[in-house]
Design a protein around this ligand. Structure first.
Ligand SMILES: CC(C)(COP(=O)(O)OP(=O)(O)OC[C@H]1O[C@@H](n2cnc3c(N)ncnc32)[C@H](O)[C@@H]1OP(=O)(O)O)[C@@H](O)C(=O)NCCC(=O)NCCS
Length: 75
């Protein structure tokens, strides 16, 4: 996910992310409640955003990327 640099810090990333989660709640990819993303371990801004949405680090890493997971409720 990327918001134009000039428009960052205005709430657009948070709003866009909420819509992604709303879509995922409809289970477009099959019957799973587990949502997984990866984030560069130095990207503290993005990590804070994901944590504020209920994601937490799973402990799995791939190079510079850490895996973060959350469980969604059904739509
Ligand atoms: C990460 C990104 C998508 C966030 O979008 P945004 O529109 O700037 O974010 P918002 O204004 O909606 O902020 C939402 C929350 O994110 C966190 N956050 C965002 N940028 C932050 C920063 N620079 N430092 C600390 N926290 C930050 C905060 O928790 C913030 O909530 P708050 O304002 O209540 O504190 C945007 O900064 C971006 O495009 N970055 C470059 C690309 C990138 O790193 N993408 C993610 C790859 S994993």
């Amino acid at each position: 996910m990327m918001i134009d640099e000039k428009e960052q810090g205005k709430g657009y990333g948070s709003e866009a992310f909420d819509r992604v989660i709303e879509f995922i709640r409809t289970k477009p990819f099959g019957d799973s409640d587990r949502v997984v993303l990866t984030c560069n371990k130095d990207n503290t801004g993005a990590m804070k955003l994901y944590e504020s949405k209920g994601f937490s680090a799973s402990g799995n890493e791939d190079g510079e990327e850490i895996e973060m997971v959350m469980t969604v409720d059904q739509a």
